[in-house]
Design a binder for this molecule. Structure first.
Ligand code: GLY
Length: 373
């Protein structure tokens, strides 16, 4: 099976993302230099742990690691400081020291929680990301953002803590629930709209392969998304500027998630958010109408919602103003200029913003609310 390797060039914290079908079963070989002769805490949720935990643990043991495992219930509700405490105590019980490793196996939640545990345990030990969801493969496992939620909001406690290596096995997409595949596809479309018209055109031309899912095509798509993200992370690791473009669709999306009390999947909210951002840019004459149409049609073809009925634009604007990414009280949005180009812009015309939200609040093709990840 073909393998793609993407380097994240971060000096003494540089690492490689290795992508290959079947990697889960022989991860020990790929990680022997990290884990051989060391203690490892393998962290997962109960769904992914049940599917892949045994084969990963066996492979790591085959590479000479002493492996203990820890799991927690699947879902965002586990992304808490209480889970971090439980994992830290599991690490103590397993005898992990500063030379030990944490391996995060799963989607965004296990990656974020296990990564933050690694950042905090004994003031920081190395960790490996083994993303099993599409969203984690193309986005959250790369770039070192780790953290947990508070009752007051998502991702409010965390650390930048880069993994030592990322291993992505596209075969895991075969067991991914359809809703989770769509979640990841929203981030794939997002990446293409931000950076790469060629990738966008390939996605448009290969919708059946994305939905199937065709693992050879996914190998290329995941590698390209990782390459593009690695470039941004290398240029702006701690989101001082450029990295903020990765939040395209997310300021609208977070407001919709909050409004729906998370009864909408993240990718669905981001998809609607991208449509709202494109509506706004097109209404300002800053985005060709054809680009807005292509984005909307690709999202719809992938089974993602492009509108949501019953949204009150005033309420969404108020929630957006509360987003933690507003700076000095100013609302800044990532807006598309064309397929493959975005800009971060200060917003001072709220009436147009409300109109762009309203335009995505009434057309047919609304979201499948209730599919919470
Ligand atoms: N998911 C956005 C970022 O990693 O910066």
């Amino acid at each position: 099976m073909a393998m793609r390797v993407v380097e994240v060039p971060l000096g003494d914290r540089a690492y490689a993302i290795r992508i290959r079908a079947g990697l889960t079963a022989d991860c020990g070989r790929e990680l022997a230099d990290c884990v051989s002769g060391r203690k490892v805490l393998l962290v997962s949720d109960d769904r992914v742990g049940g599917l892949y935990g045994d084969r990963v643990a066996a492979s790591l043991r085959g590479a000479g690691a002493t492996v203990a495992t820890a799991t927690f219930p699947a879902g965002e509700a586990s992304k808490t400081l209480a889970t971090v405490e439980r994992l830290c105590r599991a690490a103590v019980a397993a005898g992990l020291d500063r030379g030990s490793r944490i391996v995060a196996l799963g989607g965004g939640v296990p990656g974020d929680v296990a990564g933050f545990t690694a950042a905090a345990y004994m003031r920081g030990i190395p960790f490996v990301q083994m993303p099993t969801s599409l969203l984690a493969m193309v986005d959250s496992s790369v770039g070192g953002k780790t953290g947990v939620d508070l009752p007051e909001g998502k991702n409010l406690v965390g650390a930048f803590w880069q993994p030592e290596r990322v291993l992505a096995d596209p075969e895991c997409l075969l067991t991914l629930p359809a809703c989770e595949l769509r979640n990841g596809l929203a981030e794939v479309v997002k990446t293409a709209v931000i950076f790469d018209p060629g990738l966008f055109a390939r996605l448009e031309a290969n919708v059946p392969k994305l939905l199937a899912p065709d693992l050879d095509f996914y190998l290329e798509v995941i590698a390209r998304c990782c390459e593009l993200k690695a470039g941004v992370v290398a240029a702006d690791e701690r989101e001082g500027g450029l990295r903020a473009v990765l939040n395209y669709g997310h300021t609208f999306g977070h407001a919709l998630e909050t409004r729906m009390e998370y009864r909408i999947a993240h990718g669905e909210a981001v998809a609607i958010g991208m449509v709202m951002a494109a509506n706004f840019a097109a209404a300002n004459g800053e985005l060709p109408a054809d680009a807005a149409r292509r984005q909307r049609e690709l999202l719809a073809a992938l089974g993602l919602p492009t509108s949501m009925a019953g949204v009150d634009p005033d309420e969404i604007v108020a929630l957006m103003a509360r987003d933690k990414k507003t700076s000095r009280g100013e609302l800044r949005l990532v807006l598309p200029r064309d397929i493959g180009t975005v800009e971060v812009r200060k917003i001072n015309d709220p009436a147009r913003l409300r109109a762009a939200i309203a335009a995505a609040s009434r057309s047919p093709g609304g979201c499948c609310a209730g599919q919470v990840d």
